[in-house]
Structure formats: structure tokens, C-alpha cells
Design a protein around this ligand. Structure first.
Ligand code: MSP
Length: 684
């Protein structure tokens, strides 16, 4: 049987707020772990999504005169757009208004009823719509005949509560108390960190009360018809609706056999991440009890991370200055540094993961983020890469060709496998800040080695051979850093990998096998992390918020010159435009290796390439000069259309065409092969 993929989840987010850095944090952490597992060769199923059945969503849609479902479509799309911009590599995005979720939820409720886990009762209490929570009488105060939350926390509503009294269906949570305690006793590693585990154990020991799973409402998943008193009732948005998304997405109770089989293969989740406020009661008590009632295996690990404040203030819609939208913020970093937008995104990701220990609270400071960008990325990693590659390329050094070893040992490269292991353990334990700490210790050591060895003095004295091994160790360190940082900073990691001339897929093993063969060529590089102007980073978070009507997304500003992602737009259904396999077979695609490259005089965009196809060398003119330098192209494996009729451009014959991908932001990337393959190989 195939190996079980690593199944990782984030909470599904309420769509009635714009995604801010707090939401982004869980996504970034989950993404780092997912990417790390993929690097280690694991198949990953990374699930995220949106929680759409909350009554407040329907109410706001109504206020705005909108159709609630259409409204949800738009908001869910804006969440996806932000995650895509942040390079979150989710494999599945579950929306609780989708049929693949709604139908199994109804089946679950029916099953719970049939199996005797539900009973009818009366539910009464004070309900806060903005908080989607009931309050006991003693937790409210009465003022002028209206009830309010007693001592509301900063993010709780101060609006009058609604009295709700209705027939409801109760899940017999109390019957699972002992079983849960026994499970946690036998599996101490299931709940992390330790503080949350202890909190959960005392919560359960205090006694569990049966919990209502239905509400009289007109927005949500209707109770199934086989349950008595189902009329007018919908499933409570938290339980089991939202929690069940973790099971419905991979295919629980699906009628499609393939999807149902997917569920069998995937279940249970290996890691479920969320913040501490929704851990104890919802994820560590109700969710596992529900799974037990359905005879489903429990997740292997539930981890609660801490809460972010912004400049010391709690993130809250009622305090707009605390809402930092990740795209607007990354755009600002890009603007004040000149870094590409995806690199600015990496800077945000790095800051979040490095700044605080995963599991404890943190304070987000825009200026703190820029300070880290300058010290760790521009001066640290960026500087190391730049110095190393310049040393390699310069004519009085090594002309771009990795020199042979002269047998000297600077003690850095030999340490890398051990340090890779330590970083690996940290990533596996969700100790992101620990992993990044170790990586930056290595980067610091490498930069110091350059300063101590003063290679420029040796070159000046004509003793270039003496620095051959230093350069080799620095290149190895850059490769090691590309691999180890890539879970946190995927764009930077891949960019470093590419300039080091690596064409094969990166794996974790590439941090252990860092040896460069003599004669290997690297590419030239522009500074990856240009220094940012700290003075231009205002510390008021409102600068990173789009001041639009609430519950809307974050379109990039018109005048932005940066590579910010476009917002998703409703797509017209397209007519299928298929070709047959015979049509495709007419196109002869082949691999080639670029052996010579030069600019075409008076043509800004053109490079003239000589491409080795194994049996012949072709001249190809490619419009890539604004994206690739001639030096960078030498040695590259490209994919060409080999049977294109020749044509003449600027007086040169072009005998084929290079394949490249480009996007609306003007990024162009050549199509290559993931492993070095003989020139001339057919591409099918
Ligand atoms: N919809 C529920 C979750 C259902 S999961 C079955 C919900 N949604 S939420 O949008 O309010 O928040 C979800 C998650 O966003 C939190 O658990 C946390 O992962 C993240 N965060 C939101 N604000 C945050 C901070 N200020 N700090 C850290 N994480 C934050 O609750």
C-alpha cells in the first residue's frame, strides 16, 4: 500500500474579516512545515479553507443587499488570493458552503442521531452574534433592560445580547470525558505545547457538559430530515460543522469511491495547527470526542501557537490600526528596499517565524521586521551569497568556474551535515525560530571567515590558489543555506539554488551533499535582498490596510510599480478548446544545453544563443535579455521547439524557440528539466 501522505491542517478562517498577519502566521507556519516534509521526500496533503456558515456572514450580506452565497464566493476568493501571494502551498481549500462539505456533515449528524450520541433538549441563553457564542446568565450584565457581556475582553462585542430559547439537539460530550483523559494519558505527545496540554487536562477534569449542535437559523447547513425536530434547524457553525471540515475535505463519507478511498489513505491528520484560543475546548476536547463517536482515529498532534499583537495592541477589527494586511505590508517592504515582491513576502515569512518561539505570544512591529530584513537578510544571507559569487566570477579570481580543492580545510563545510541535522530536528519539532537561529549562526560564521581570511589580499598578492578551498566551502554553505531556509523562504531558497547552477530538484539531502565538482559553473546574481530604508517604514499599521468597506479584499493599488499579485476575477466559463494527441505530436520538443550566449546589438530584449542538441548545435534568438544575462544562460538546460520553421531576426537566423513561463507581473522563467538530461532528449 502507498505510504500515507503527511496530512497537515490550519483552521478555516471566518470570511467576515480581511486576512491579517495573525491569520497569515498560521498559514506561514503550516506552509513551512509542509515544504519541509516535501523536501524530505514525503507526499503532503496540506488543507486550509474558509468557515462560511456563521450567521454574521449572512447578516452582513443582507445589510449590503447581497446574495450571501455570492458574497461568500467573493470573500473566499480574496482569502485564497492572499495565501497565493504569500506562497502558501496548500493542496486543498475547503469551503463550508460547498456540497462536498455540507452533504457529509448532514450524514454525520444523522449517524450521530442513529448511533445514540444525540438527544433532544431545550437550549436557552444569551447569544452574541458578533462572537458567535452563548453566554451564561452569570456572565452577562443587565443595563436598562438589555443584557451585555460582563467585562468583555477587547475583542468581544459590546452590543446587546440576544435571548435565545429553542429546541436543540445535544451531543453527549460528557460520555467521552474518561475516554479522552485515558487517550491523553497514553499519548502525551498529542497535545502541544505542554502548557496547552495541562490546560486541556484540567478543563476536561472539571467535567464536560453535553453540548448543543443545532440552532434555529436560516443560514447554515440544515439538519438532516431523519433527525426529529429538524425543521428550521441548522448545524451549529462550530460543532460539528466547522470542525468536520478536516474530515470532509479529504473525502469522509463521500459517495464517490475515489474520494472515499482518498480519505482512507490520508486519515488521520498528522498535525493540526491553530492559535491557543480555539485549542482547549474546540480542538482538544470537542473535536476528539466527535471523532471517537464516529470511530475515527484521532489526530497525531494538535499544536496551539501564541497570539500576535501589533505594536503591543491586540489585533482587532475595532482597532483598524492593528490590522496589517500581508500583501499591503509586503508591497511596502518591496517599495522601500527594491526587492522583488516575492522576496518581500519571504521577508515577512522569515520575520514571523524567526521573531518568536512557536507556541508563545509575539508582538509584530513593522519597523522590527525591516530591521531584521536589513540585518539578517541584506547583511547576512544576501551579503554572503553576493560575496561568494562575485569571488567566483571575477576574472582575477576564478572566471566563474569552481576551482579544484587544494586540500585546505576551513572547518565550515565539514560541520554542515551535523548542523543540517539539528535544523531538521527543529523543523520537525515546529521550532522554527530555533532552526533559523542555527542557520543564521552558520551564515554569520561564513561571513566572518571571509573577513578573517581576507581573500582579496591573497588575490592581490597573486596567491589565488590559497582561497580555492575557502570559496568551495562558501559555495557549499550557500547551497546548505538555500536548502535549509527554503521551507521558511521558498522564493529566496529557490533563487539561490538556481544561481548556484543547480538544475536538479532540491531535496533535504542537498543540504548534506554540498560538494561542488571542479569545473561547475554558477550564474551571476543581482542582490537578492537590497537594503531597505528603515526611515520609510511607518510604524502605524493602518498604512498596511486597505481602507475599504469592511469585509472586503485587498486589491493592489493602481500606482504600484511592484510585482504584486492581481486580485482574482470572476471568470467567464470558457468553451473547451481541446487538441488531439496527434495535434500535439506535431510539435517536436527537445532539451538543449546553452553553450554560448551573447546580446544582440541594438536589441534590448534579444539574446543570441548557441544551443547544443546532442547531434547538432542550433542558433536560437530568444527574447529573454531583460530577464537573463548571457553568463547566466551558459550551461542552462532549456526546452526548445525544434521543428519550428526558421526565421530571421535582426539579421540572424533563429532555428527554433525556447519555452518560458511568464506572468502578468512581468516575471519570466525558463522551462528546464528537474535533472540534468542529455541534450537533444525528446520532451513529451
Ligand atoms: N473559524 C474559526 C476556526 C474554525 S477551525 C475548525 C476561527 N476563525 S478565525 O478566523 O477567527 O481565526 C482562525 C485562526 O486565525 C486562529 O486560530 C489563528 O490560527 C489565526 N489567528 C487569528 N488572529 C490571530 C492572532 N492575532 N495571532 C495569531 N493567530 C491568529 O476561529
Amino acid at each position: 500500500m502507498a505510504e500515507k501522505p503527511f496530512f497537515i491542517t490550519t483552521p478555516i478562517y471566518y470570511i467576515n474579516s480581511v486576512p491579517h498577519v495573525g491569520h497569515a502566521y498560521t498559514q506561514i507556519a503550516a506552509d513551512a512545515r509542509a515544504r519541509f516534509e516535501r523536501l524530505r521526500g514525503k507526499k503532503v496533503y496540506f488543507l486550509t479553507g474558509t468557515d462560511e456558515n456563521a450567521i454574521k456572514v449572512a447578516r452582513v450580506a443582507q445589510e449590503q443587499g447581497r446574495d450571501p452565497l455570492e458574497f461568500c464566493d467573493e470573500l473566499a476568493a480574496s482569502f485564497r488570493a492572499v495565501w497565493d501571494a504569500l506562497n502558501i502551498s496548500y493542496d486543498d481549500f475547503n469551503r463550508t458552503t460547498e456540497a462536498r462539505h455540507r452533504i457529509p456533515v448532514q450524514r454525520v449528524v444523522q449517524k450521530l442521531w442513529d448511533d445514540g450520541h444525540l438527544e433532544l433538549g431545550t437550549y436557552s441563553g444569551w447569544y452574541s452574534v458578533p462572537d458567535e457564542t452563548f453566554f451564561r446568565e452569570e456572565d452577562t450584565v443587565e443595563i436598562d433592560g438589555a443584557h451585555y457581556i460582563k467585562n468583555p475582553s477587547e475583542d468581544q462585542s459590546k452590543a446587546p445580547l440576544e435571548w435565545i430559547e429553542e429546541t436543540s439537539h445535544f451531543f453527549k460530550l460528557s460520555t467521552f470525558q474518561d475516554a479522552l483523559l485515558a487517550t491523553y494519558d497514553q499519548n502525551p505527545e498529542m497535545l502541544r505545547p505542554e502548557t496547552r496540554r495541562n490546560e486541556t487536562l484540567s478543563f476536561i477534569r472539571m467535567g464536560l457538559r453535553d453540548t448543543s449542535i443545532s440552532r434555529v437559523q436560516d443560514w447554515g447547513i440544515p439538519l438532516p430530515a431523519g433527525v426529529p425536530e429538524h425543521e428550521n434547524h441548522v448545524v451549529y457553525v462550530w460543532f460539528p460543522d466547522a470542525l468536520l471540515n478536516y474530515a470532509t475535505a479529504p473525502g469522509y463519507l463521500s459517495e464517490n469511491p475515489e474520494t472515499a478511498q482518498h480519505f482512507e489513505q490520508i486519515w488521520p491528520p498528522d498535525l493540526q495547527l491553530m492559535s491557543k484560543d480555539i485549542f482547549t475546548k474546540f480542538h482538544a476536547t470537542m473535536w476528539p470526542a466527535l471523532l471517537k463517536s464516529l470511530d475515527l482515529e484521532l489526530p497525531r498532534e494538535l499544536f496551539a501557537h501564541g497570539f500576535w499583537t501589533v505594536n503591543g495592541r491586540k489585533i482587532s477589527k475595532r482597532d483598524p490600526e492593528t490590522i496589517i494586511e500581508p500583501i499591503a505590508f509586503s508591497r511596502k517592504i518591496s517599495e522601500i528596499s527594491g526587492a522583488d515582491f516575492p522576496i518581500a513576502v519571504d521577508a515577512l515569512r522569515y520575520y514571523c517565524l524567526r521573531e518568536v518561539t512557536f507556541g508563545v505570544d509575539g508582538d509584530f512591529s513593522p519597523q522590527g521586521c525591516v530591521a531584521r530584513y536589513n540585518s539578517d537578510l541584506a547583511n547576512g544571507l544576501g551579503n554572503l551569497l553576493q560575496r561568494t559569487l562575485v569571488m567566483l566570477q571575477k576574472p582575477d579570481y576564478f572566471h566563474g568556474v569552481v576551482p579544484a580543492s587544494q586540500g585546505r580545510d576551513f572547518g565550515l563545510q565539514s560541520d554542515l551535515p551535523r548542523l543540517a541535522q539539528s535544523v531538521e530536528q527543529d523543523y520537525a519539532a515546529l521550532n522554527f525560530s530555533g532552526a533559523l537561529n542555527t542557520i543564521w549562526e552558520v551564515i554569520g560564521r561564513a561571513n566572518k571567515l571571509i573577513e578573517d581570511e581576507k581573500p582579496w589580499a591573497k588575490v592581490k598578492a597573486g596567491r589565488v590558489d590559497e582561497i580555492a578551498d575557502l570559496l568551495r566551502e562558501l559555495l557549499s554553505t550557500c547551497q546548505w543555506a538555500a536548502v535549509t531556509t527554503s521551507p521558511a523562504m521558498p522564493t529566496a531558497g529557490a533563487a539561490i539554488w538556481r544561481v548556484l547552477g543547480r538544475v536538479e530538484s532540491m531535496t533535504w539531502q542537498s543540504a548534506l551533499d554540498t560538494e561542488f565538482v571542479a569545473g561547475h559553473r554558477c550564474l551571476t546574481v543581482q542582490p537578492l535582498f537590497p537594503r531597505a530604508d528603515l526611515a520609510k517604514m511607518e510604524d502605524g499599521a493602518a498604512k498596511f490596510t486597505t481602507k475599504e468597506k469592511p469585509m472586503n479584499s485587498n486589491p493592489p493599488t493602481e500606482n504600484s510599480t511592484l510585482q504584486a499579485p492581481a486580485q482574482p476575477q470572476a471568470q467567464e466559463p470558457k468553451e473547451a478548446n481541446f487538441i488531439t494527441i496527434d495535434d500535439f505530436a506535431k510539435v517536436e520538443l527537445r532539451t538543449g544545453k546553452v553553450v554560448e550566449a551573447e546580446r544582440v546589438p541594438k536589441a534590448d530584449k534579444l539574446l543570441r544563443l548557441q544551443v547544443d542538441l546532442g547531434s547538432e548545435t542550433r542558433q536560437i534568438l530568444a527574447g529573454i535579455a531583460q530577464h537573463y544575462s548571457p553568463d547566466e544562460m551558459i550551461g542552462c538546460i532549456v526546452v526548445i521547439v525544434a521543428n519550428l520553421a526558421p526565421r530571421t531576426l535582426r539579421g540572424y537566423e533563429s532555428q527554433g524557440m525556447l519555452l518560458a513561463a511568464s506572468n502578468d507581473e512581468g516575471v519570466l522563467s525558463l522551462v528546464t528539466t528537474s535533472a540534468e538530461i542529455a541534450p537533444g532528449a525528446p520532451v513529451r
